[in-house]
Design a binder for this molecule. Structure first.
Ligand code: FMN
Length: 153
């Protein structure tokens, strides 16, 4: 079974968390074994990252930037894997989603930051405020698209 990670931060209203759950549903419906981790609950252990075949990152827009927990993950990831040239760390399929209060400039930041992970799958999915049924459906679609890309690699 393909192991997938949904790594996100959600704190204020649970908006990003609802999107993360829907992305996870899409991944599961396509046959993935999904780990969901909210960096608001602690620091993600980046040493476990190589075991995942694909990853979806979700962040609220915080001052037009990603939440600190996700930035910390990227710092840990670079120190543990990228700099040491760990095998299998290049070309990992990943997708992006974000929640915002009407600005949403975090989108560009996410595109620039997470490019070090591998290959972007799908279009980064943004949502102002609480996610609607339509947005949650698009999140599930994104999860399925990511799973499909990961199994056909
Ligand atoms: C500290 C902080 C900074 C924020 N900065 C922005 C911002 O620059 N642009 C924006 O559109 N929304 C901003 N927001 C709004 C959040 O991105 C938005 O409420 C989001 O849906 C919260 O996600 P969550 O419920 O998953 O925590 C900010 C919220 C907080 C708490």
């Amino acid at each position: 079974m393909i192991k997938a990670l949904v790594l996100y931060h959600s704190q204020e209203f649970g908006n990003t968390g609802k999107m993360a759950e829907a992305v996870a549903e899409g991944l599961r419906s396509a046959g993935c074994d999904v780990t969901l981790f909210n960096t608001n609950n602690g620091r993600f252990d980046a040493s476990t990252f190589p075991q995942y075949a694909c990853v979806a990152f979700g962040s609220p827009d915080y001052y037009s930037y990603v939440a600190g927990g996700l930035k910390t993950f990227m710092d840990d990831h670079y120190i543990l894997h990228t700099r040491k040239g760990v095998e299998g760390m290049k070309g990992k399929p990943y997708s992006l989603f974000y929640s915002h209060g009407g600005g949403g400039r975090v989108r560009e930041v996410m595109i620039n930051l997470f490019k070090y992970i591998g290959t972007l799958v799908g279009v980064p999915l943004g949502c102002p405020g609480a996610p609607s049924k339509d947005i949650l459906s698009k999140c599930r679609d994104l999860g399925r698209e990511l799973a499909k890309k990961s199994t056909t690699q």
